[in-house]
Design a protein around this ligand. Sequence first.
Ligand code: NDP
Length: 397
Amino acid sequence: MGKVLVIGAGGVGTVVVHKMAGLPEVFTDIMLASRTKSKCDAIAAKIGGNRIQTAQVDADNVPELVALINSFRPDLVVNVALPYQDLTIMDACLETGVAYLDTANYEPKDEAKFEYKWQWAYADRFKQAGITAILGCGFDPGVTSVYTAYAAKHHFDEIQYLDIVDCNAGDHGKAFATNFNPEINIREVTQRGKYWENGKWIETEPHEIHKPLNYPEIGPKESYLIYHEELESLVKNFPTLKRARFWMTFGQEYLTHLRVIQNIGMAGIDPIIYNGVEIVPIQFLKAVLPNPGDLGENYKGWTSIGCRIKGLKDGKEKSYYVYNNCSHEVAFKETGTQAVSYTTGVPCMIGAMMYLKGIWKNPGVHNVEEFNPDPFMEELNKHGLPWVEQHNVDLEL
Ligand code: NDP
């Protein structure tokens, strides 16, 4: 059906190509390209069957990307490198006329800001060129955004209160590790909290608001209100929302480490000079922390991510909870990665499938909730991320 170029050979990239390789009728040709080609080769060898071609590319460099795209001629470029590369890859897609999909919004290196403004600014150019860009197609953003669209379409006349709840109840046995790229993860969880209420953003101190929430099959976990990027597009695309918040669970041990890391300056993003060499503290920290891609082997337990929604149906108040629980052990057995990479990589593959099948195709730059959620939801059930619905239950929020 189509050729796909996947950029980024980390934990998420591993899952994406693993899943694509198993669907030759959809993904006829797959190329995995990244900064370090040996990582692509190792992933390709593990999958076997000569399904994955590999290449080296510096995704910060537009001419290099353009040359690679022109030599492979994919129908779609899937960006699972880092958020810093979003704009250069979008530039290369514009120059070559190829569709684009990612899982995380652009971030400038020198400013920890999770905003869509830079990528939304490409909308007219993509539209005029007749190219589709699909933004935020992991789990959160991604599945959580599709869950919201599905709820609005099928279960409510008006959605009013949205709480996205993200629990990782897994244990990887390390004193401290992040579940995806440490630099991006630490930038995300140490920023100020922010949520939407009555038409405006309300800011909080980091981790200021928290409460225990019950997660299915897991039980109560302390959950912290943090800002997460899908809130920005969801309040824009669902203007009936009176309030939209995002909650993530953190263990005490994780928060203590994080506080120390911040207090001693290791989470800093401004370069410093060390022994005459310029280093960025958080990038140095990444080099000494466990590689998230290697956590899978001893990871036990579950993730549970979902949307808790209140609104109106047939003139009555209604509550609705839709979620997925994913086992770290099962994810590892299938793909050799833990559940955080798995829950991001599977929806990314499904988004790519939606594009290649022509179901999610619309020139311009779009967040996933702007497309038809139904076929995507069906595929989640088939590819390892089944979802569960509860109606009119206590949402605790
Ligand atoms: P990793 O750090 O494990 O992998 C990133 C990969 O990108 C590495 O292979 C790295 O190369 C490569 N890369 C980095 N810079 C460049 C560059 N300039 N040119 C080419 N390749 C480059 O990250 P993850 O796999 O954990 O995460 C991937 C993406 O998924 C991130 O953007 C993250 O924010 C996003 N994500 C989204 C989630 C969601 O639910 N929406 C959840 C989790 C992650 P090298 O190996 O040489 O370092």
